[in-house]
Design a protein around this ligand. Structure first.
Ligand code: ATP
Ligand code: MG
Length: 205
């Protein structure tokens, strides 16, 4: 099947996985840069269900994280949000995310976008070898984290420097808890959603 917009045989689908608790401008810039650099037709944001790496803290209920991601991406025609991880029962593993997206989008080549901190852990991910068969990986730089792809399969992972935004969800949650502003760290609609639902108030990590 030809993709009308690009004249290409296959769609290029970026996949931006994350806890998004909450989604912030670091995530959005990383996705936007990856889309431009790799000529992606679409980037699908995939909020995790219960993340396997974060069982030591209270992650906000998935529906709030999903809705904030929808709000944050709504204005970009190339950004979409998937519920595959939110709706799957049990812990979230990237290999399951990619399996589900491949089944839903057989016409697409997948480009999994991931920050430097996550890249460092990739070999420990469930079914790591299979992961690299299912997608190409785009490793994006992130302030405070060295970006090294040593030991990862050459040819399946590309490195991308994105404009440095020293924003983390951890910092946004701490600010909200302390009553400090989060304007301009997250999209305006997300600021308002956090306030409306009193997220991150009086909760400890
Ligand atoms: P937390 O502090 O709760 O871990 P986070 O800011 O790291 O949140 P995640 O949802 O854990 O956000 O990250 C999802 C993906 O986005 C990961 O691949 C992560 O490396 C990447 N990422 C997060 N923040 C940035 C940033 N500022 N610049 C580039 N990549 C980022
Ligand atoms: Mg993180």
């Amino acid at each position: 099947m030809q993709d009308a917009a690009q004249g290409r045989a296959r769609t290029r689908l970026g996949v931006m996985g994350g806890t998004f608790d909450p989604v912030h401008h670091g995530h959005l810039v990383a996705a936007s840069e990856a889309a431009a650099q790799f000529d992606l037709d679409e980037v699908v944001f995939v909020p995790t269900g219960q993340p396997s790496f974060k069982q030591d803290r209270d992650v906000t209920v998935a529906e709030h994280r999903y809705l904030m991601t929808v709000i944050a991406t709504a204005s970009n025609p190339r950004f979409t949000v998937s519920r595959v991880d939110v709706d799957r029962v049990g812990l979230t593993y990237t290999v399951d995310t990619l399996r589900d997206l491949r089944a839903q989008r057989p016409e697409a080549d997948l480009y999994f976008i991931t920050g430097a901190d996550a890249v460092a852990q990739m070999l420990t991910w469930k079914d790591a070898a299979e992961l690299f068969e299912m997608a190409r990986f785009v490793a994006v730089s992130r302030p405070g984290h060295a970006l090294s792809v040593a030991g990862l399969p050459a040819g399946r992972i590309d490195v991308l420097e994105v404009p440095a935004l020293a924003i983390s969800s951890t910092d946004v949650r701490a600010r909200a808890r302390a009553g400090k502003p989060v304007w301009y760290l997250v999209p305006d609609g997300v600021v308002q959603y956090i306030a409306k639902h009193r997220l991150y108030r009086g909760r400890h990590e």
